[in-house]
Design a protein around this ligand. Structure first.
Ligand SMILES: NC(=O)C1=CN([C@@H]2O[C@H](COP(=O)(O)OP(=O)(O)OC[C@H]3O[C@@H](n4cnc5c(N)ncnc54)[C@H](O)[C@@H]3O)[C@@H](O)[C@H]2O)C=CC1
Ligand SMILES: [Mg+2]
Length: 341
């Protein structure tokens, strides 16, 4: 049936059936692949070409669970995270949950790492080591595994909740409430004013790092209202125009949906008033300064005077996309300005 054509639509419809039909999903566990985690850290293996996230199949998992003393039904602790181009269901399984540790001390991280010939690496680091499209899949997997871990009980009745086989929801058997995995919407805005763009930093940021303005949407707020409010709150400016630039799932520290926009502020009203409760500093940056900041990949070494040069978040973060788009626009403007008519 769903294997007739691996078009995108067929994949999405197959995924839908996996989430909605318990038996279809139970069957898929036997033909799917599993990304393994230990206490929310994905398993990575170092190959000559770099790091990869190995996928296990059911046979390998069963062998591991038998060898290390797990029980098969623990497979149903897996969560569905996607389906490959050739309609292979993809699951994630966290072996570091208390459940496993109670069964056998052999589910401790070191024992598992030597059995699996890999390392469970903190997600933020793992995303740096991986390339291609597996990074968003592992981020989604970790966010979903964490959500299940944090939502074991119904917030209305206090009774335990049960996940469905796919892990796309949890249900309170006492009163039938259905819980769905949540992301928090966050607006992230690059405010620019002609040849300047506004970057800010919080005390908690790594030394020297500046980023675009970001803030969680309040309940009931539109994206636009959240941007107006956050820019006014954080730097005391009034946004005049907005342009949507893209979005990103950001799993740190919990699951955020980053909604990225470019913004301009009212002409003649560009004096920044930093809200020191939220930000350590915010200021206007010239194109030269931003291009200089791009030279640094991670925290640059301190200067003699103890200050750390400004640097910008890596490609992984949508803040960088916004800043790069602004730099591109400025460079086009500059080249037009210098090209003889
Ligand atoms: N991917 C990227 O490029 C970037 C991602 N971010 C992420 O955006 C998020 C928001 O940035 P902030 O400036 O910290 O937000 P923010 O400016 O809204 O301040 C954070 C405060 O918002 C409140 N808050 C409201 N709703 C919240 C919720 N659902 N969860 C947690 N706190 C909530 C809390 O008091 C928290 O201390 C952060 O988690 C950060 O990791 C921030 C900058 C760049
Ligand atoms: Mg903020």
């Amino acid at each position: 049936c769903h294997r007739l054509s691996s078009s995108y639509v067929a994949r999405m419809r197959y995924l839908f059936s996996l989430k909605e039909d318990e038996q279809v999903c139970r069957d898929a566990l036997s033909s799917g692949t599993f990304y393994l985690f230990h206490s929310l850290r994905p398993l990575l293996q170092k190959k000559h070409s770099g790091y990869l996230a190995p996928k296990s199949n059911l046979v390998e998992l069963k062998e591991m669970l038998d060898t290390l003393g797990g029980k098969e039904q623990k497979l149903e602790d897996s969560v569905l995270i996607g389906c490959s181009e050739n309609l292979m269901p993809q699951f994630a399984l966290d072996l570091g949950k208390e459940l496993f540790l109670v069964i056998s001390r052999r589910f401790e991280k070191p024992a598992l790492e030597s059995y699996l010939q890999g390392t469970f690496i903190e997600l933020r680091k793992a995303l740096f080591l991986l390339n291609g499209n597996v990074a968003p899949l592992l981020s989604k997997a970790q966010a979903l595994l964490r959500w299940h871990d944090n939502n074991q009980y119904c917030s209305k009745t206090g009774q335990p909740t049960q996940k469905n086989i796919a892990g796309s929801k949890r249900i309170c058997n006492a009163n039938g409430i259905i819980y769905y995995p949540q992301m928090s919407p966050v607006v992230i805005t690059l405010v620019s004013n002609g040849d300047w763009c506004l970057l800010a930093r919080q005390e908690t940021f790594p030394a020297g790092m500046y980023s675009a303005l970001a803030g969680f949407c309040d309940i009931g707020e539109t994206v636009e209202e959240a941007i107006y409010r956050e820019v006014a709150e954080e730097v005391g400016l009034e946004v005049e125009s907005l342009m949507y630039a893209g979005s990103q799932h950001w799993p740190f520290p919990n699951s955020s949906l980053m909604i990225a926009c470019h913004a301009t502020v009212r002409q003649g009203h560009t004096e920044i008033n930093v809200n020191k409760f939220e930000l350590e500093n915010a200021r206007w940056f010239s194109l030269e300064e931003v291009k200089e900041a791009f030279q640094h990949k991670r925290i640059p070494p301190e200067r003699k005077d103890g200050t750390v040069p400004v640097w910008i978040p890596p490609k992984l973060a949508i803040a960088r996309q916004l800043i790069e788009e602004w730099v591109q626009r400025q460079m086009v403007k500059e080249s037009c300005a210098t090209t003889p008519a």
